[in-house]
Design a protein around this ligand. Structure first.
Ligand code: KG4
Ligand code: ZN
Length: 353
């Protein structure tokens, strides 16, 4: 069964063809990240316009690169949410139109849940992918960490899961992005912080860990404020000093120490909850997915502290992609919610897991 996946929830327009939920036939990405970088973050109108310009060629290229045609596509899977409304609309309207015109079943996909399914891709003849040989097993404990989400979930099957915990404020990727901005490091903040942190001392600044009622929930806004206060103090100012002045006021040595200390605390917060859930639920597999899963310090701390190997998507499938959308589409087609009506599918910018 071949599924065309379409993803347009943020600033990347992606189309992918996946066979039987595990074989990656194509993954074509067009990104407006250059524009995003120029503005220091996603500008929703620019992202939506960019999706509109490239979505048709991206889909055509995904079919060509998979060496397939519409006659061999069995279904379409599209991100319904969460995400930016203007961006989601372009993907969903395109998928609805194609589903009607080509007479294909249409599956509505939750983007956050789909991040986990990047680890179900085990085979490809495309160059440059390092996929794990075997799919994760159930029960599956998943930590989904991205720019918009921080979720800890226990999957009983591909389509049935229990949400154990989530962030009560900022997503962890968002915290990386905001701290990077504070230090004057380029967007996206995750890779910038990771690079700066390599030269810094993770113990230079003591930062707080949030204590929450649900032991599996996360909070990063207090950490972000603590980083701000520490940066103001080490640069010789008080709490009234504006964060916009910090990139000038801090020395390079102070910046790398702040980056390393923040990264250490943010990563340890994630690993602590993952470890608690692992010990309580004894899952058969543990997956970390989403943009922040690319972080090497997270991988190191998780493997040092968990008594089981963690499964990660290929680095190119950690950030937003359509292969994960197509893979989850396959499992929904097999055993999940029925196909949706292409005449009435609406986007859901705040779709929950
Ligand atoms: O999954 P993703 O591409 O988009 C969302 O669904 O949000 O994740 C993007 C997020 C950004 O916040 C980015 O800063 C973060 O993932 N990120 C990282 C790293 N690479 C990307 N965070 C920490 N370390 C990294 N190496
Ligand atoms: Zn994502």
């Amino acid at each position: 069964m071949r599924i065309l996946g379409i993803e347009s929830s943020a600033d990347e327009t992606v189309a992918s063809v996946v066979e039987d939920g595990h074989k990656l036939l194509s993954n074509v990405v067009a990104s407006s990240v250059d524009l995003t970088t120029a503005y220091g973050g996603i500008v929703p109108e620019i992202a939506a316009r960019s999706h509109l310009e490239v979505i048709t060629p991206v889909i055509e290229k995904a079919l060509r690169s998979a060496k397939t045609g519409w006659d061999k596509i069995d279904a379409i899977a599209v991100t319904q949410g969460p995400g930016l409304i203007g961006s989601l609309l372009i993907g969903v309207l395109t998928a609805r139109t194609l589903a009607i015109a080509k007479n294909k079943p249409l599956y509505a996909i939750n983007h956050v849940q789909a991040h986990v399914f990047a680890t179900f891709l085990t085979e490809t003849s495309l160059p440059g992918y390092k996929l794990s040989a075997k799919q994760p097993e159930f029960p599956l404990l998943a930590l989904i960490v991205s720019g918009g989400h921080t979720q800890l979930a226990l999957f009983k099957s591909h389509t049935s899961y229990k949400l154990l915990g989530q962030t009560t404020d900022d997503a962890v990727g968002e915290a990386f992005d905001k701290v990077a901005k504070m230090l004057g490091l380029p967007y996206p903040g995750g890779p910038s912080i990771e690079k700066a942190a390599q030269k810094g001392n993770p113990k230079a600044i003591k930062l707080p860990y949030a204590k929450l009622e649900n032991p599996y929930d996360f909070s990063f806004s207090g950490l972000k404020t603590a980083v701000l206060r520490a940066a103001q103090a080490v640069s010789g100012h008080d709490y009234t000093f504006p964060s916009s002045g910090l990139p000038e006021a801090l020395t390079q040595a102070q910046k790398v120490d702040i980056a390393a200390s923040f990264q250490h605390t943010a990563v340890q917060t994630l690993v602590d909850n993952l470890k608690k859930a692992y010990e309580q639920y004894q899952p058969a597999s543990v997956v970390i997915a989403g943009g922040v899963a690319a972080n090497q310090k997270l991988r190191k701390q998780a493997s040092a502290q968990l008594s089981t190997p963690v499964i990660y998507p290929d680095i190119k499938l950690c950030t937003d992609n359509a292969a994960m959308i197509a893979a989850l589409g396959y499992f929904q087609a097999k055993s999940g919610p029925k196909p949706t009506s292409p005449y009435s599918l609406e986007v859901d910018p705040s779709l929950k897991m």
